[in-house]
Design a protein around this ligand. Structure first.
Ligand code: ATP
Ligand code: MG
Length: 305
C-alpha cells in the first residue's frame, strides 16, 4: 500500500497516529521486511573455532530428522555472533581473546584487535607469548593481526564515530572477519549511563560488517559471581548475542573445599556460558584453568550430576 493511501485510510480512525505520520514521525520503509526477504539475507550459521581447549564443544544446533530432534555440534562459537566475556579482574578474559586472535591469525584469518586498556606494543608482546605457548611461529602470523590502539589515543577511546570509522577502514582494507575489543568498558569510562548505547552501536556495527566478535566487559567484584550482570550490571548482556562469565573463588571453607574438590587456600577458576541467542549451548558451570604458559582451558562441570 502506498504511504499516502495508508495515511488517508486511517485519517478518521486514527487521528492521533495520523498526526504522528504527517508530523515528525515517518514511515521508514527500508526497515519493513517480509519474512522471505529477511530470510534471504540471513547468514548460514556455522562454528568458528576458538583455539580454546574445551570451549568449541559447548555449542550446538538442533536438526529435526523425521520426528526426532538431533543435536549437532557446531564445533565453535556461532559465526557472526557477538559475545560478551565478562568477569572481575584476573579471571582470564584477556588471555582468552588473545588465544582466539592468535589461533585465527594462524589459520590465515585477519583479526582486528581494538585495545582500550593496554597500549598496542604491550598487547602484541602478550600475543607473541600466547603464540609461543600454542607452538605457533609468530613471525608468520603477526601481520594477520591488526591492532587499533585506543589505549594510547584518547580520540578513539572517547569518540565512538571515529573508532567505528577506523574499524570500518581496517575491515575493508584488510578483509577482517573477526573483531576483538578489550575492553568495551574502557569506552564508557566515567559515563556509565551510556554503556547500553555504546554497546548497542558496537553490536549493530559488528552485524552490519558480518563480524564474529568478542567484547570484553569488566565486572565489579560487588556483583554476584557467575551471573552476567555484565559490564558491572549495565545490561550489556541483553544487547549482545551471548555472554561468557568468568569467575574465581578463594577456597576459604571446608564446605567449598568439598564442593570443588580443592584444598582450603587454593583459588578455583570457573566458567559458564550465560545465554547464546544464535545456537544451543552448554549451561553448566565448569572449571577454568590457566596454564603456566597463560593458556585458558575449559574443564569439566563442577557438578558431575
Ligand atoms: N603465563 C601467563 N601469562 C599471563 N597470565 C598468566 C600466566 N599464567 C597465569 N596467568 C594468570 O592469568 C591472569 C591474567 O588473566 P587476564 O589478564 O586474562 O585477566 P583479565 O580477566 O583480562 O583481567 P583484567 O580485567 O584485569 O584485564 C594473571 O593474573 C595470572 O594469574
Ligand atoms: Mg584484561
Amino acid at each position: 500500500m502506498e504511504k499516502k493511501e495508508f495515511e488517508k485510510e486511517h485519517q478518521n480512525n486514527f487521528e492521533e497516529e495520523k498526526k504522528e505520520l504527517s508530523g515528525k514521525g515517518r514511515v521508514i520503509e527500508e526497515s519493513i521486511l517480509i519474512g522471505s526477504e529477511a530470510l534471504k539475507k540471513a547468514p548460514e550459521v556455522y562454528g568458528v573455532e576458538t583455539g580454546i581447549e574445551g570451549l568449541d564443544e559447548l555449542f550446538f544446533t538442533v536438526e529435526v530428522k523425521g520426528k526426532k530432534v538431533v543435536k549437532k555440534p557446531l564445533g565453535g562459537i556461532p559465526a557472526y555472533s557477538v559475545f560478551n566475556l565478562t568477569g572481575v579482574s584476573d579471571t582470564g578474559k584477556s588471555l582468552m581473546v588473545e588465544q582466539f586472535t592468535v589461533f585465527q591469525a594462524n589459520k590465515g584469518k585477519k583479526v582486528a584487535f581494538i585495545t582500550v586498556e593496554s597500549p598496542a606494543n604491550f598487547v602484541i608482546a602478550s600475543l607473541k607469548l600466547r603464540a609461543a605457548a600454542l607452538g605457533i611461529d609468530f613471525d608468520k602470523i603477526q601481520d594477520n593481526i591488526i591492532l587499533i590502539d585506543a589505549a594510547s589515543n584518547s580520540v578513539l577511546r572517547e569518540n565512538l564515530p571515529d573508532l567505528l570509522s577506523t574499524l570500518a577502514y581496517v575491515i575493508k582494507n584488510y578483509n577482517v572477519k573477526f573483531t576483538v575489543i578489550d575492553s568495551v568498558t574502557g569506552l564508557y569510562e566515567n559515563k556509565e549511563m551510556m554503556a547500553r548505547a555504546v554497546v548497542r552501536r558496537l553490536f549493530n556495527f559488528m552485524k552490519k560488517w558480518y563480524q564474529t566478535a568478542l567484547f570484553i566487559s569488566q565486572k565489579r567484584s560487588g556483583h554476584e559471581e557467575l551471573t552476567a550482570e555484565a559490564a558491572g550490571g549495565y545490561a550489556v548482556s541483553h544487547i549482545v548475542d551471548g555472554s561468557m562469565v568468568l569467575a574465581k573463588e578463594l577456597i576459604d571453607s571446608a564446605y567449598k573445599a568439598k564442593t570443588y574438590g580443592k584444598e582450603v587456600g587454593e583459588i578455583v577458576r570457573l566458567f559458564r556460558i550465560d545465554g547464546c541467542r544464535m545456537s544451543g549451548h552448554d549451561t553448566k558451570t565448569r572449571f577454568l584453568e590457566i596454564t603456566e604458559t597463560g593458556l585458558v582451558k575449559i574443564g569439566e562441570p563442577i557438578s558431575k550430576k
